[in-house]
Write a protein that binds this ligand. Structure first.
Ligand code: ATP
Ligand code: MG
Length: 646
């Protein structure tokens, strides 16, 4: 982190638009029902209660799940900052995703509607998912997978990817899902760090019509990993791939002799046993293996899915992330399945074959809840409003956003074009490390474009200065959380010291690494990573704020802002601008854009340099890698770029 890390950030973006909920939303919300059960009508009063009664809140949530044996102690510090939740309990998250529905009507409900890149569709009920998970668990047992073993999953977004994840967790083994778009070296490094014994992959898949040779890539990775004993290959595309005798086995061969009535009971795990290791996308540096555990993670993702997405029996929920990211783990697989909802799993890309692909998927499956990312929204804004307008999106009732700060104009576009000008948008702030959403509105709160609003119940989020003192309303600083919550990571795999740095940087708080401001309503606006803050003439500006100003200009699709050393100002702003389709770069337009920043946010933020560019370096999860842009611009070493989307 840079030397000037610990100075307050200034907010240059003023946002006064407020969108209150309708009385119906408030009356019918899951969060309202829970608040009422505790005697509250008002979220702020309820939130204050939850800070003093966090263990009661989480006990209530945990009791809605199935336990083989109940926990004895809700929370325990071991050696600070290491801690435990639901101590003494015996639990399996997969039982809560599948088994417990087998004597309820959810058994026959669709768990996932799947749509492939080429338009093929398939649906699977909870019962079918249960059957396939049991069979796969047996298959994995047959090749020696046991409780505690690490299994790498390197697959496309097919239903079998979900089966693989659940089968591994059912056995009490630890999955490490690696995004199916990563290169061999990234897969290799993750397998080596996790010491995985088995890798489950597929022959290959198409994304946006482009073939990805997964098995070839996996072979290359495995040739340099000492621990892999077996490679399981799901035949997705009938590709002719080499199979190494004794090591490689097809998924269907593994299951030929495993009957459909096979039951492999869920391994009763200690609450604190690991569930998975997930390597973060690495937009700030070398990927680290975030360790999440069985019970606390389950309770956190269950409760946040229920309250933030306000899941109801007849909803069709679609999270557009990839299972390879934490959003996919928490909000494609575990949270939705524990809530018994019908979900959509989509293998393709947003604009293939045409820029209305997503809206077509939403229409085909009558999607009622859509959870996506600012990068997805900005990417589709480029093509114009006519693409969503072609589709009947009337089933939608709630929208969500995650991954980066959402620029207010992107928020407005999303609400107008996808949300019929009426739908609430849950701007959810969280991290791989946090396991579940921490700062987000629920459906009952007034919304502000570009603000994740307020912390969820029990979450003591704050914006502080370098000494850890609250900056107070109307100011900016560092986003921190004051007490552990159930789904927080327990450690970094094989690197507990690195875990400790999250709690050591500022006294006694979890430091997220993000800059934020807190407005006069107590609403939090995340400005971006602390490392991406730009220091101009003594003011610290969030990259997001400068970018948001430019994104609000009709010619602009996407922007990245960085700071460059400047003798007079300390740093000056340079922006890289992607224009909307059909708009040509020109000197005049560059002038106009600078003027636009001057009039919308002020002279301080006006970029000294402006460069038009056809693309920006992003992580494979779609986040702008400002670190890479800065290094390229200044001719400095770029650092770890294993997650760069080339
Ligand atoms: P790495 O930590 O390896 O560099 P990463 O931080 O991109 O990668 P994630 O854990 O997927 O990996 O992302 C969490 C970060 O994403 C947050 O710290 C924050 O910077 C950003 N973020 C996520 N959701 C939001 C949101 N709703 N508003 C603003 N920022 C968000
Ligand atoms: Mg991070």
């Amino acid at each position: 982190m840079s030397n000037n890390l610990f100075q307050d950030t200034d907010s240059i973006l003023s946002e006064e638009r407020i969108f209150p909920p309708t009385p119906e939303m408030v009356a019918n919300a899951n969060i309202t029902a829970y608040m009422k059960s505790k005697g509250f009508e008002d979220y702020e009063a309820f939130y204050k209660w939850s800070l003093d009664n966090r263990f009661e809140f989480w006990d209530d949530m945990a009791k809605e799940l199935h336990w083989f044996e109940p926990w004895q102690t809700t929370f325990e510090w071991t050696t600070k900052p290491f801690f435990k939740w639901f101590v003494g309990g015996k639990f399996n998250i997969v039982y809560n995703c599948l088994d417990r529905y087998m004597d309820t009507p959810i058994r026959h409900k669709v768990a996932f509607h799947w749509e492939g890149d080429n338009g093929d569709t398939r649906s699977i009920t909870y019962e079918q998912l249960y059957i396939e998970t049991n069979r796969m668990a047996k298959g994995l047992q047959n090749i020696g997978v046991q409780k505690g073993d690490r299994v790498a999953i390197y697959m496309p977004a097919v239903l079998e990817q979900i089966v693989a994840v659940l089968a591994v967790a059912r056995l009490g083994a630890v999955h490490t899902v690696v995004f199916g778009g990563f290169a061999a070296s990234a897969l290799r490094d993750r397998i080596i760090d996790a010491e995985a014994k088995v890798v489950i992959t597929a022959d290959g898949n198409y994304r946006g019509g482009k073939l990805i040779q997964l098995k070839h890539i996996a072979d290359e990775a495995v040739s340099e990993t000492p621990t892999i004993e077996k490679v399981v290959v799901f035949n997705h595309q009938n590709l002719d791939v080499p199979m190494q005798k004794g090591r490689d086995i097809y998924w269907h061969d593994l299951l030929t002799d495993v009957p459909v009535d096979t039951v492999v009971p869920c391994e009763p795990m200690d609450s604190e046993d690991p569930l998975y290791i997930l390597y973060t996308s690495g937009s700030t540096g070398k990927p680290k293996g975030i360790v999440h555990v069985q019970a606390g993670y389950a309770v956190g993702t269950y409760a946040t899915t229920k309250f933030v997405f306000d899941i109801k029996d007849d909803d069709v929920y679609w999270c557009t992330a990839d299972v390879g990211w934490v959003t996919g783990h928490s909000y494609i697989i575990y949270g939705p399945l524990m809530n018994g909802v019908t979900s959509v799993l989509f293998e393709g890309t947003p604009s293939y074959p045409k820029p209305d692909r997503w809206w077509g998927v939403a229409e085909r499956f009558n999607v009622s809840i859509l959870y996506t990312s600012p990068t997805g929204i900005r990417g589709l804004m480029r093509f114009g409003e006519e693409w969503p307008a072609k589709h009947d999106l009337s089933h939608l009732r709630l929208l969500g956003s995650v991954g980066e700060p959402i620029n207010p104009e992107a928020w407005m576009w999303y609400r107008h074009n996808i949300g019929h000008d009426t739908l609430p948008i849950m701007d959810t702030w969280w991290q791989t490390e946090t396991g579940s959403i921490l700062i987000s509105p629920t459906i009952i709160q007034p919304l502000k474009p570009g603000s994740a609003t307020r912390p969820l119940p029990t979450i003591e989020a704050d914006v502080v200065d370098k000494n850890g003192n609250s900056v107070g309303l109307g100011k900016g600083g560092f986003l921190v959380i004051r007490h552990p919550w159930p789904s927080l990571m327990r450690t970094i795999y094989k690197d507990p010291a690195r875990y400790q740095t999250y709690w050591d940087t500022l006294p006694n708080v979890y430091f997220a690494g993000d800059a934020a401001t807190i407005d006069n309503h107590g609403y939090i606006r995340v400005q971006g990573r602390v490392d991406d803050v730009i220091k101009v003439s003594g003011h610290r500006l969030g990259s997001m704020e400068i970018e948001s100003s430019l994104v609000s200009h009709p010619a602009v699709a996407e922007v990245a802002a960085i700071g460059k050393p400047d003798e007079l100002k300390g740093e000056h702003v340079k922006v890289f601008v992607i224009l909307k389709n059909g708009i040509e770069p020109s000197e005049e337009l560059a002038k106009e854009l600078k003027l636009h920043v001057r009039t919308t946010v002020g002279a301080l933020a006006v970029p000294e340099e402006l460069e038009f560019t056809p693309s920006l370096p992003k992580t494979r999860s779609g986040k702008i890698m400002r670190r890479v842009i800065r290094a390229r611009e200044l001719g400095e070493p770029i650092g770890d770029i294993s997650t760069l989307d080339s």
